[in-house]
Design a protein around this ligand. Sequence first.
Ligand SMILES: Nc1nc2c(ncn2[C@@H]2O[C@H](COP(=O)(O)OP(=O)(O)O)[C@@H](O)[C@H]2O)c(=O)[nH]1
Ligand SMILES: [Mg+2]
Length: 321
Amino acid sequence: MSFFKRIFSSEKKESLDSGLEKSRTGIIKKLSKVFTGRRRVDEELMEELEEALITADVGVDTTMKILDRLRKRVRFEAYAEVEELYTMLREEIGELFSSGVESGSGSNESSFVQPYVVMVVGVNGVGKTTSIGKLAWMYKDSGKRVLLGAADTFRAAAIDQLKIWSERAGVEIIAQHMGADPAAVAFDTLEAAVARNSEVVIIDTAGRLHNKRGLMEELTKIRRVMDRIVPGAPHEVLLVLDGSTGQNAVEQAKQFTSATDVTGLILTKLDGTAKGGVVLAITDQLSIPVRFIGIGEKMEDLQDFEVTEFIDSLIPATWDV
Ligand SMILES: Nc1nc2c(ncn2[C@@H]2O[C@H](COP(=O)(O)OP(=O)(O)O)[C@@H](O)[C@H]2O)c(=O)[nH]1
Ligand SMILES: [Mg+2]
């Protein structure tokens, strides 16, 4: 690993650790109640562990799955010490992530297709526009020519907000007036991207979920128009979910994925919440990889999601049970 890579990784780990601090503290507190003072693994302990995970927003179904596997292993491997159970818990969580879908690597695809078109969807207020600003900066920082499209034309403030982010990130933006047809904005953006030789295009959208059919039609229209200019676009559809809403985020994801094809997830606001366990529930229950996580409001506060790093930060290996 190069010197710079190492510096970058340790910085990344530090901000991940501080971003997930509330979740980690919450989970450790719950787990320590279960494990402390115990030596032997018995059914009572297993039931308490089950409850701890459910209340840590891992969700009932996912918790049951983890506990089933733990129970089998405890029986089969004849492990009975709590330290081993803690290790097994971390392993099973890792297994859950890797058996669901591959994750991470949100920033490499753009080298293959040009322009690489990313459409960002999700309910109002989850952090779409903010995440687009952060993503734009991330791509720009890695040397890409980035263009943003302000296809959330529902509110004037939404367009202005994306403009501010485009300035902050130092990237260009295509916008029209409030109330303009979102598909027309997407069309303009892709045309401009082709003309300007942009490498990455990120399209903001409005997320009014009050009417699923309307949402579905609007997103379908935007996709169709983009595909006409850049065949295959959008190459990635990122659904943004607010991690601080816990199990509601899982429900929202289910609704959205039935309205349009989603290729990846961005989980935001993991910094302000103790509900980080929801990442497990989401990964387990939807077959969609988590691409990025938001751990703050600043431009640098978006990270590539890496399973091992995430587990190490949320449920540290070195914690003494
Ligand atoms: N703490 C924190 N706040 C965030 C994060 N992502 C977005 N926000 C905040 O969430 C609010 C709504 O974000 P916005 O991007 O406007 O959501 P949109 O309606 O989906 O476009 C803003 O106040 C953002 O600063 C995050 O990762 N952490
Ligand atoms: Mg917005």
